[in-house]
Design a protein around this ligand. Structure first.
Ligand SMILES: [Zn+2]
Length: 245
């Protein structure tokens, strides 16, 4: 976490990936610089949030290794969860950055890493949905304690026991969703700059993350695994083996 003095006077960072999650480059103006951290008016980088890890890449050829959010305000989503909106993004560089306040910069993200996150984020929604269907069939309510989305795996922590023999059915349902789901749509939630609703067929999830447009962009073998997590909870993992495509 950086010193609040660095970000507290900055306006919320405009998030360029919402308009085009396939954009790999962008420009921005430097608002603040301190040692290995910099803040810009806008960013093509995804800042870690909603379980999805941050993008990496370069700004003016200098290596960005992490992007985190600071400040912002809580916003209640239609599903009852609370998201932080209007945050300031601070970009962490590998080395002290050679940038000047007011300077125009060129940004480029590591595209393969981002695309993998977009694939796993979409799969995480299918895991969430398929598990919800299973729990509903058992007369249980779906409640989650958190999630994490990275390069080739994603996981959800559910607040209830999910037995091992339920896992093959959940995996099968995800494979079915992957084969049958139409192109996804992402629309802004009225009253916010950075909360959106992801829709694919009948699935609808409020989300500010990045997703692939079409499930066909996810090629490989999907595996679901489980383990007991905390008191009465279950962690479900979804993994994508892209080499098996
Ligand atoms: Zn999402």
């Amino acid at each position: 976490m950086i010193d609040a003095a660095l970000w507290s006077s900055c306006p919320p960072t405009k998030q360029l990936y919402h308009h085009d999650p396939y954009a790999t480059t962008g420009t921005a103006t430097v608002l603040q610089v301190s040692d290995r951290y910099a803040i810009f008016d806008q960013s093509v980088f995804y800042a870690e949030s909603g379980g999805q890890v941050a993008d990496q890449g370069t700004v003016n050829g200098q290596r960005v290794i992490d992007v985190q959010k600071a400040g912002g305000r809580p916003f209640q989503l239609p599903n009852g969860e609370v998201a932080t909106i209007e945050a300031v993004f601070y970009h962490e560089f590998e080395e002290p950055c050679a940038l000047t306040v007011g300077e125009q910069v060129s940004m480029e993200i590591d595209w393969e890493r981002r695309l993998h996150h977009m694939q796993m984020h979409t799969l995480a929604h299918f895991l969430f949905h398929a598990t919800g269907e299973y729990l509903q069939s058992q007369g249980l309510t779906r409640s989650t304690r958190g999630c994490h989305i990275s390069d080739s795996s994603a996981r959800f922590d559910f607040s209830c026991a999910i037995p091992t023999d339920a896992v093959p059915g959940i995996q099968e349902r995800i494979v079915e969703l992957l084969a049958d789901s139409p192109e996804a749509r992402v629309d802004p939630l009225p009253g916010t700059q950075d909360v959106f609703v992801w829709r694919s067929g009948d699935l609808e999830i409020p989300c500010g993350g990045t997703h692939v447009r079409h499930p066909k962009e996810i090629q490989g073998t999907v595996t679901v695994r489980r383990r007991t997590k905390g008191k009465g909870g279950t962690r479900l993992y979804i993994e994508l083996d892209r080499n098996a495509a």
